[in-house]
Design a protein around this ligand. Structure first.
Ligand SMILES: Nc1ncnc2c1ncn2[C@@H]1O[C@H](COP(=O)(O)OP(=O)(O)OP(=O)(O)O)[C@@H](O)[C@H]1O
Ligand SMILES: O=c1ccn([C@@H]2O[C@H](COP(=O)(O)O)[C@@H](O)[C@H]2O)c(=O)[nH]1
Ligand SMILES: [Mg+2]
Length: 251
């Protein structure tokens, strides 16, 4: 759960502010919150605070994360943030670290956490949604710790798309989208990095009871049926909100 919610630094349901950009402006936000409470109190309605829902979507290269995220977006209204897509966009928009990001992706290695977390943070800040799929991140324990520290949140659930290596290689080599890392040499490196650095993240969240492992072999519809089954247990939390109890001050 997002720890910031408990300190009321965000997420008023009506004005739809972004999630994180209020953190440095906590005082202003609390002022806004008070104003909101008063406005709503006049209406007699109970004021509410939205609680965000975050799903990390993990799996090896070509396991179908992006494909399933598209379906989740269509069905459940999540905002899809693919860390790889954000990094590729950063390269094409001449971001200050473009060359480093390009070379790191080409080598199948992991871009430094501060770069990726900043891109994710900006994407979250510019969204008015409360439901996020963070696809292909965190890639390492270092990524995970940086995200939890900077964003101040843990995921509600981690989807792990499980596919045998041979199938992942086949899918990546057949993708044909012109990606610089969709070649046999880089795929081998990405698989090694996945096993060495990404599986420990999955292990960490498994120990916290947050991982939902999905057999991701089959047609995309068959796999999405499995996602639906998993999400059935979480759906009530997707659009969760908390009622604020307003108490009169005793002076
Ligand atoms: N269930 C499936 N069966 C066969 N091919 C699939 C399946 N799901 C996705 N694909 C195809 O496999 C390729 C990789 O899928 P996708 O891009 O969704 O994977 P990914 O996990 O996001 O990969 P990456 O980590 O490299 O971004 C795509 O060409 C996609 O169309
Ligand atoms: O958090 C991340 C996510 C991605 N990368 C780099 O990008 C490529 C491609 O990522 P996809 O998720 O497969 O689109 C990945 O191999 C890494 O080199 C990253 O460094 N950190
Ligand atoms: Mg992808």
């Amino acid at each position: 759960m997002w720890r910031r919610v408990s300190s009321l630094t965000g997420l008023l349901s009506h004005s739809k502010p972004s999630l994180l950009n209020q953190a440095p402006h906590r005082f202003n936000l609390l002022e806004a919150f008070t104003a909101q409470v008063l406005t709503r109190a006049k209406d007699g309605a109970s004021p509410t605070v939205r609680t965000p829902f975050v799903a990390f979507v993990l799996g090896g290269p070509g396991s179908g994360k992006g494909t399933q995220c598209e379906k989740i977006v269509e069905t459940y209204g999540f905002t899809h943030l693919s860390a790889g897509d954000l990094l590729r966009q950063a390269i094409s928009s001449n971001y200050e670290d473009s060359a480093m990001i390009f070379n790191t992706i080409k080598e199948g290695k992991i871009v430094p956490s501060e770069v990726t977390v900043q891109l994710i943070q900006r994407a979250i800040e510019s969204s008015s949604n409360y439901k996020f799929l963070i696809d292909g991140f965190p890639r390492s324990e270092e990524n995970r710790v940086a995200f939890e520290k900077i964003i101040g949140a843990e995921p509600d659930v981690v989807l792990f798309f499980d596919v045998p290596e041979e199938e992942m290689v086949k899918r990546v080599l057949g993708r044909n989208q012109g990606r610089i890392d969709d070649n046999i040499d880089t795929v081998k490196k990405r698989l090694e990095v996945f096993a060495a650095l990404n599986l420990p993240v999955i292990k960490h969240y498994s120990e916290l009871g947050k991982v939902q492992k999905i057999n991701a072999v089959g047609t995309t519809d068959e796999i999405f049926d499995r996602v639906r089954t998993v999400f059935a247990a979480y759906e009530a939390k997707f659009d969760d909100f908390v009622h604020i109890v307003v108490q009169k001050a005793i002076i």
